[in-house]
Ligand binder design. Structure first.
Ligand code: ADP
Ligand code: MG
Length: 729
């Protein structure tokens, strides 16, 4: 029989090959096949209804009942024509996962007739049992009412599962009294605030023809893929998504063939299938490649409007897990599933686009357009500078705490990388003390902004080490964790930018009112911002120790754990930012703060329990079993009179005793620390105590377990080892 581990290795290495489901047509035929997008909508409702709906989506206003009824009827027949029997409001509660409440189209009329029905009212609003979702005290349980409300800007889609099909309708999730209980509601509000702030800047300073500005997001998703037999042989992976124990493979292994090799055929088949599924759901995935670590991969869809991109990323993570099942894989979305090996991020590529087809963060060949580019570019840097701590908070999670600042990941210090060419441009602007206005293009030459090359070479590899890098025509928020819902960082960034643009415009308008020429006023304010925000710019190696020291000198925070990072949501500055922009009320912020802290504490509690259980129930018994063999061996040698040189054997026996004893003591101390922490009243105190007194034991316990892994007979080791999980597939 062997250990669970040996059986897992057998299973993983003897699987019959699972081939991809090859589509019978071209891939492009699959695109949006299962999405009730605007095209499908236009084809199935009257032109009047379609126009009204489009206008409501555009303006973010309410949907009239007759429009909702017409759309519901069209959705129903579209879906039923594709074999759909049920529908669900699909939402993103603060649990981190997506949630669904299923209902059948099937109903029985008052006169007893069976019929399929879907009314506008059911499309627009539902009332799921809200008591099972976190609210942070926003709802009393006796009034556990929450509503899901249709988000018409994100199209409905069909999910195929176990041979059944369900129509999923993206919705926000709010309490009875209107507070947001989900990720989407504040995201929509932040996008609204951002557009409201950006539009006048563009219209009044640069381009009257622009009537809409859209924030765009392209989400690069990193993940690990391991055989499911290994996954199920490890309680830590099952319950926390990461290995709390396990000796890192030696460096040599990371550098062998697997590391740079082509994608293994098993993995390829999986990717092919999930990409096809993604395409059907309107997720335009285009890239796939090996990531730096063994068994690590990445995919990136073409960017979309932020709200859509976030929905699609949530959906994608779901699809990947489901498709992986068929291929006998498990997708690890955790930020740091393996200690000592690269972690996984979710790079949020963010920009702003106009309805005239311009990317506001794209440098241009025309000097005049570059003033617009610089305006948005510099204001983004200023927004990040002013709200660095908030942005850090927005990516805080138990998993990301392990990733940030560890192998090949940006540290928990916020900084912005812009590359040498743009650094030069900003330096020049900063240095130019007098700005003279001349006519025509000459003026822009004087201003130094004619020099921005439209295509920036990605001049160094250093931007990889930055948490927030400008990459040619977009900013890339790289510090976001792989399992995160991108709404959190997007809400923080959008709102910070909205507020920044409002104050920028105020400053420019004040100068203009004093008689300054518009272009000069803009440049002057930009120059002030460049000077003000200088501390946030960092072009060198973000992974280095020097940076940690340098950042400290600059007064930049390096907040290492979630419990502390989250507090930045409740500073006066953050409360003002969010309430001024109507993204969160203070009550909502406080509720979210509490939920996030509880989430964090619960995560540490689970990790701590699993670690303790595995150490005591799996590792210690295995070590002692092996130790008994060594003792028998020693005795046998003695009996034969061959014990003249048994020092090595004795040392092994003693070493095992030492490690086992330490593990026992540390696990007991950890349990006591948990008990003490659990008695604390406030979520904040509890989270901080867990960090300080419980999490702090993890490394010691792990150290001794990992030492045992090197001592104990390989055959007897109960847990799949790193080299197996990472290299066998
Ligand atoms: P890189 O190789 O530098 O990471 P890519 O061009 O591959 O850059 O883009 C990475 C991600 O950035 C993709 O998801 C892409 O769609 C997205 N992206 C590109 N342009 C924009 C933009 N204007 N706004 C938002 N995301 C963008
Ligand atoms: Mg990238």
């Amino acid at each position: 029989m062997g250990t669970v581990r040996i059986r897992a290795i057998e299973a993983a290495t003897t699987r019959p090959e699972v081939l991809a489901n090859p589509p019978s047509t071209k891939l492009s035929d699959f695109y949006c096949k299962n999405v009730f997008n605007l095209e499908a909508m236009e084809a199935s409702v009257s032109p009047v209804v379609y126009k009204e709906l489009q206008s409501a989506i555009r303006k973010g206003t309410g949907i009239e009942a007759h429009v909702a009824d017409a759309v519901a009827a069209a959705m129903k027949s579209w879906a039923m024509g594709r074999g759909v029997t049920h529908y669900t409001h699909w939402f993103q509660p603060l649990t981190g996962a997506t949630a669904e409440k299923h209902d059948a189209f099937f109903t029985v009329s008052p006169d007893g007739k069976a019929l399929e029905s879907f009314k506008g009212s059911s499309l627009v609003q539902q009332e799921p049992d809200a008591s099972s979702f976190p609210s942070g005290g926003l709802r009393n349980t006796f009034e556990a009412r929450g509503y899901t409300a249709w988000d018409p800007s994100s199209p409905a889609f069909i999910i195929e599962r176990g041979g059944t099909k369900t129509l999923c309708i993206p919705t926000v999730f709010v309490s009875y009294t209107g507070e947001a209980l989900d990720y989407k509601a504040p995201l929509l509000k932040s996008l609204h605030a951002l557009e409201k702030a950006a539009l006048p800047v563009v219209q009044e300073y640069f381009d009257r023809n622009v009537s809409k500005i859209t924030a765009t997001l392209g989400v690069e998703q990193e993940y690990f893929l391991i055989d499911k037999a290994f996954f199920y042989a490890r309680p830590d992976l099952i319950t926390c998504g990461r290995t709390v124990l396990g000796h890192s493979p030696s460096k040599g292994q990371q550098l062998d063939d697997h590391y740079f090799g082509s994608i293994p055929s098993r993995v390829h088949a999986f990717m092919y299938d999930f990409e096809t599924e993604a395409l059907k759901l309107g997720i335009p995935i285009t890239t796939r490649h090996n990531e730096v670590a063994p068994s690590q991969f990445e995919c990136a869809p073409v960017f979309q409007e932020v709200n859509l991109a976030v929905d699609k990323n949530q959906l994608l993570m779901d699809i990947m897990q489901k498709v992986a099942e068929r291929h006998n894989f498990k997708v690890l979305m955790h930020e740091k599933p393996f200690a000592g090996v690269n972690g996984s991020g979710k790079h949020n590529n963010w920009s702003l686009g106009t309805d005239t087809g311009k990317n506001l963060l794209s440098p241009s060949t025309k000097a005049k357009e570059n003033l617009q580019f610089l305006t948005f570019f510099v204001n983004t840097i200023a927004a990040v500078h002013k709200n660095a701590d908030l942005l850090r908070a927005s990516i805080a999670s138990i998993g990301n705490d392990h990733r940030l600042g560890a192998n090949e990941a940006p540290p928990a210090i916020m900084s912005v990388f812009i590359g040498s060419q743009l650094t030069e441009v900003l330096d020049e602007l900063e240095a130019s003390s007098t700005i003279k206005v001349e006519k025509g293009d000459n003026m822009y030459i004087k201003l130094g902004i004619n020099k921005i090359p439209p295509i920036l070479k990605d001049n160094t590899d250093r931007n990889r080490t930055s948490p927030f890098a400008f990459t040619g025509n977009k900013f890339e928020f790289r510090a976001v964790g792989s399992s995160a819902n991108s709404s959190s960082p997007m809400v923080a960034l959008n709102t910070a930018m909205a507020s920044q643009l409002v104050s920028f415009k105020k400053a420019v308008d004040a100068l203009v009112a004093d008689g300054e020429k518009k272009e000069v006023a803009i440049i002057k304010v930009l120059r002030d911002l460049i000077i003000e925000s200088k501390a946030i710019r960092f072009e060198k190696d973000g992974y280095s120790d020097e940076w940690v020291k340098e950042a400290e000198k600059r007064g930049l925070n390096n907040v290492k754990t979630t419990d502390e990072a989250l507090d930045f949501y409740l500073t006066d500055q953050a409360i003002k930012l969010f309430t001024d922009n109507k993204v969160f009320t203070e009550a909502e912020l406080r509720a979210r703060h509490e939920i996030s802290l509880e989430h964090y504490t619960m995560g540490l509690q689970i990790e701590s329990r699993v670690l303790g259980d595995m150490a005591v129930n799996q590792i210690i018994p295995a070590a002692m079993r092996y130790q008994r063999e060594l003792i028998a061996n020693l005795k046998g040698l003695k009996d034969l009179g061959l014990d003249s040189d048994t020092d090595g054997l004795r040392q092994s026996i003693e070493a095992i005793t030492k490690h086992v004893n330490t593990i026992k003591l540390e696990v007991e101390a950890m349990i006591e620390a948990r008990k003490a922490a659990n008695k604390l009243e406030s979520a904040s105190d509890m989270a901080k105590a867990y960090t300080r007194t419980v999490k702090s034991k993890f490394d010691t316990i792990r150290y001794h377990v990992d030492k045992l892994e090197l001592l104990v007979d390989d055959e007897q080791w109960p847990l799949p080892k790193y080299r197996e999980m990472l290299f066998m597939r």
